[in-house]
Design a protein around this ligand. Structure first.
Ligand code: OXD
Ligand code: MN
Length: 613
């Protein structure tokens, strides 16, 4: 039997609670070896993974891996939030009883790591010294070396974190067991996978995947689901799937911070990594803090909302990342960064990687190129000729320090004060470029009714959004009415209120489908307008759904936009909005006991739209 204690002694891991936790799961899963790892082990783990063929070199200091073909994305149907209190059941959290899920997962995990190494990764989902540090500590146990390599990039890690706990027994227990991927029945009625957060026991048990979104337990399972639950039960904070950026006005020296939620495929990572457009670059600088998660709390000293990015890296979608859409992301994965690519296309001979949208066309010379499943492109049968080379959810994993415009204070334990909270989904009509919302209940209402058009025609009805409240639909860990109440209470308790806004970069011309707004770097312009509105420097035009810019208030220096297009994206399409209000009412009615302030906000907007006729 594996000598767990000797391995923990060697690593200097003395916390008795962590030791007992590791012993329990090492014995249950049947691992052959236990190893405590941190960033200091990266070079050795990389060398071992290369030697075992788990990863391949992708140019200097970069690596490539393929996952099992049926294990390429998060599985929302197999994801569960369990507690001992049935009242925690909401619409989206797939609630199940804690005792039942623990039993089930223990059954699945028993002996399932036989012969493997258990990597013990103590981690912290916060800058060290953060006021939220006690909610940030965790120890992931994983039987997969590439998962350990990802964790080292995505979370601050090391024994110091588990040794230095103020309450030595208080850490998230996060167990990942890969399972026999080829025999798990993924997507069938016999699906064996389970991704469970037992939120009131601060325990995460994920079985049946080695894909990052299911296996890097610090990120989504702890950083979002567990943290959202902890933030609610403690009353201390919000954990949201939000990007976080800083904007510096180099003339006045003022710094602003904006965070916000965007459903997937709505440009969140590109926005988070945005640079100022050339015409404004002398005056403004945009700093990156995070692309995916923010924890928000009220600071007792100045009464403002402060945000941290609890992560230490970026686990970004590769598809469509190129010099125009996101030059910062490309620089962040450049040679020498230690980046891990997953499920992109790979060239055996040159060690290059490629994904759809990296260049307009795939490499012309297909020699050596394999698609994400490992098939040589030159051997593809004719009927597969047009199939993507990279998986649509192929990823790059790189640490924050590799992002060229990472904010100088990204590691500040206090976090940064938030000026504005924005929401934005992909909508081809109705939603203007930006509409500002000063009222808290209307801002929270806007977040709860956030949605994006279904990506595939088959999944959606024309004009109907797939609602994704606050972009947290897959990460909700308690019921939505309590979630709304927690938002109202926490943000409402701040002495200085952030402004809310809804943005949309994706309106199209109904005739020829061209995008009406250029997007990308130019998205800074409506955000600057929002900050000027908050400062009282511009006044905009009030509408039933918020304040929109009047033409002259947007700095459009250097933007090529047709006057008619600008008019459309600053207009409110009242009939379409009235139609949307009916869908919103149906969406909100699912959430029993929603706070009355949210319904009042809904009715205020609906009545204002009626009066606008
Ligand atoms: C996600 C992610 O799945 O950030 O949302 O990876
Ligand atoms: Mn995400």
């Amino acid at each position: 039997m594996v000598d767990v204690h000797a391995a923990l002694d060697r690593a200097g891991l003395r916390n008795v609670h962590v030791r007992e936790y590791v012993r329990y799961w090492a014995e249950l899963t049947g691992v052959a070896r236990v190893e405590v790892v941190s960033a200091a082990d990266d070079a050795r783990l990389i060398a071992e993974a290369l030697a075992e063929g788990e990863i391949q070199p992708a140019g200097e200091g970069r690596y490539y891996s393929r996952s099992y073909a049926k294990d390429t994305a998060r599985s929302e149907e197999r994801t569960v939030v369990a507690t001992s209190n049935p009242a925690d059941k909401g619409v989206y959290n797939n609630w199940r009883p804690a005792a039942e899920m623990r039993r089930l997962l223990e059954e699945r995990m028993r002996g399932a790591s036989a012969g493997k190494t258990m990597y013990v990764v103590p981690y912290l989902m916060a800058p060290a010294g953060s006021p939220l540090e006690r909610y940030a500590a965790g120890v992931e146990l994983t039987d997969c070396r590439t998962v350990a390599l990802h964790m080292i990039r995505m979370a601050r890690g090391g024994v110091a974190y588990s040794e230095g706990l103020a309450d030595p027994g208080s850490f998230v227990r996060a167990v990942h067991v890969t399972g026999d991927l080829e025999n798990l029945g993924q997507g069938t009625p016999e699906d064996q996978r389970y991704f469970v957060t037992i939120a009131d026991e601060r325990t995460i048990l994920h079985f049946g995947s080695s894909y990052g979104g299911n296996a890097l337990l610090g990120k989504i399972a702890h950083g979002l689901r567990q943290a959202a639950y902890d933030g609610w039960t403690s009353g201390e904070f919000l954990a949201e799937q939000f990007m976080l950026i800083g904007i510096t006005d180099k003339v006045t020296g003022r710094r602003y911070h904006i965070c916000g939620g965007f459903p997937s495929a709505s440009g969140k990572t590109n926005l988070a990594m945005m640079l100022a457009p050339a015409a404004l670059a002398d005056r403004y600088r945009v700093d990156f803090y995070g692309d995916d998660i923010a924890w928000l709390r009220v600071d007792p000293d100045d009464g403002r909302i402060y945000a941290i990015n609890p992560e230490f890296g970026v686990f970004g979608v590769a598809r469509d990342t190129n010099e125009k859409t996101n030059p910062i992301a490309l620089a962040s994965v450049a040679p020498g960064t230690g980046t891990l690519f997953t499920n992109v296309a790979y060239n055996d001979d040159t060690q290059e990687v490629w994904w759809e949208g990296r260049t307009p066309d795939p490499p012309a010379d297909v020699t050596g190129w394999r698609d994400w499943t490992g098939k040589l492109i030159c051997e593809r049968p004719a009927e597969e000729a047009g199939a993507p080379w990279a998986h649509p959810n192929s990823r790059f994993t790189t640490t924050l320090a590799n992002v060229p415009n990472i904010a100088a204070d990204f590691d500040d334990p206090k976090g940064v004060p938030i000026d504005a909270i924005i929401f934005g989904g992909r909508a081809s009509d109705r939603e203007p470029l930006i509409r500002a919302i000063a009222d808290l209940a209307e801002g929270v209402y806007d977040g709860l009714t956030l949605g994006a058009e279904a990506t595939f025609a088959a999944e959606g009805i024309d004009g109907l959004l797939r609602y994704d409240p606050m972009s947290m639909r897959p990460f909700m860990s308690y019921h939505e009415a309590a979630y709304a109440a927690h938002w109202l209470k926490l943000i409402g308790s701040a002495r200085s209120q952030p402004i809310f806004a809804h943005v949309n970069w994706f309106q199209r011309d109904p005739e020829d489908q061209h995008y009406l707004w250029p997007g990308y770097r130019d998205n800074l312009r409506p955000l600057l307008w929002l900050l000027r509105l908050q400062a009282g420097e511009v006044h905009g035009r009030p509408t039933p759904v918020g304040t929109v810019p009047v033409r002259g208030e947007l700095d459009l220096d250097g933007v090529a936009i047709a006057p008619g297009d600008l008019e459309t994206i600053l207009a409110i399409d009242t009939p379409r909005w009235k139609q949307e209000m009916k869908y919103r009412a149906e969406h909100l009615e699912q959430f029993t006991d929603l706070p009355e302030q949210i319904w009042q906000a809904h009715r205020r907007v609906a009545e204002a739209l009626d009066d606008a006729d």
